[in-house]
Design a protein around this ligand. Structure first.
Ligand code: ADP
Ligand code: 5GP
Length: 205
C-alpha cells in the first residue's frame, strides 16, 4: 500500500493552516510536510514545527544537493519541500499533506503524477482576504500588501486544481477538506493499478 499526496494551495491568509488544524483528527493518520524557508519566523512560529528556517546560503546548498522535491520563490523568499521525509511517509502508506504555492503544485504534479490530489483554498472575496490578513496581524503592512498582490495572480491558477474550497465558515470548509483528504487516500498509484490489472487477468493462486 503506497501513500498519497494532498496539495493545498491558496493565497496566504486563505485559511490553509486553520483548516488543516481543524480537520486533523478527522482525516486519519497523515504527515504534514514541513517546508524549508528563508523568510523570517513570525511571532509564535517555531523552527521544525511551522517551517525549517534557514539562511539563503543554506537553502541554495540544499538546491545544489538535490534535497528538494520542489522549491519556489514566493513573496521574495525561497520555500521548498524536502524529498526525503516525503518519500519515507509515502512508503509507510501515509497521506502526505503539502501547504505550498501554485508553482510548487505544478512541479509536484509533474513529478508525482497520480499520487497527487489537490485543492485550492480561498476566502469568498479579495476583500475578505484583506480583512483576514490584517486581522491575523502577523505581518507588516507592506508584507500584507505584497501577499494581496500575489493572491490576484495565484487565483488565476485555480483551474489547475482538482477541487476548490471556499473558506466561508471554517466548519463548512473543514468538512469539505475532510471529504477530499479521505478521497485522496482511495486513489491507487500507477504501481497499484498495474498490479490490479495483472492480478485481475491472472489471479494469484
Ligand atoms: P494560511 O495558512 O492560508 O496563510 P491561516 O490559517 O493563517 O491562513 O488563516 C488566516 C487568518 O484567517 C487567521 O487569523 C485565521 O484565524 C483566519 N481565518 C481562517 N479561516 C477563517 C474563517 N472561515 N473565517 C474567519 N477567519 C478565518
Ligand atoms: P507563508 O509565508 O504565509 O507561510 O507562506 C507563503 C506562501 O508560501 C504560501 O502560499 C504557502 O503555501 C507557500 N509555501 C509554503 N511552503 C512552501 C513550499 O515548500 N514550497 C512552495 N512552492 N510554496 C510554499
Amino acid at each position: 500500500m503506497s501513500g498519497a499526496i494532498l496539495v493545498l494551495s491558496g493565497p496566504s491568509g486563505a485559511g490553509k493552516s486553520t483548516i488543516i488544524e481543524h480537520s486533523s483528527n478527522q482525516i486519519g493518520e497523515y504527515y504534514f510536510s514541513i517546508s524549508t524557508t528563508t523568510r523570517e519566523p513570525r511571532v509564535g512560529e517555531e523552527d521544525g514545527v511551522d517551517y525549517y528556517f534557514v539562511s539563503k546560503e543554506e537553502f541554495e546548498d540544499g538546491i545544489r544537493a538535490g534535497e528538494f522535491l520542489e522549491y519556489a520563490i514566493v513573496h521574495g523568499n525561497y520555500y521548498g519541500t524536502s524529498l526525503k521525509p516525503v518519500n519515507e511517509a509515502l512508503s509507510m502508506g501515509k497521506l502526505v499533506v503539502f501547504d505550498i504555492d501554485v508553482q510548487g503544485h505544478r512541479l509536484v504534479r509533474t513529478k508525482m503524477g497520480r499520487l497527487v490530489t489537490s485543492a485550492f483554498i480561498t476566502p469568498p472575496t479579495l476583500d475578505e482576504l484583506k480583512k483576514r490578513l490584517y486581522a491575523r496581524s502577523t505581518d507588516a503592512v507592506e508584507i500584507i500588501e505584497k501577499r494581496i498582490q500575489n493572491a490576484k495572480e495565484e487565483i488565476k491558477a485555480i483551474d489547475e486544481f482538482d477541487f476548490v474550497i471556499i473558506n466561508d465558515t471554517i466548519e463548512k470548509a473543514s468538512a469539505q477538506f475532510t471529504t477530499i483528504a479521505n478521497a485522496a487516500r482511495l486513489k491507487l498509484s500507477e504501481k497499484e493499478l498495474k498490479k490490479l490489472i495483472d492480478d485481475w487477468e491472472n489471479p494469484p493462486i
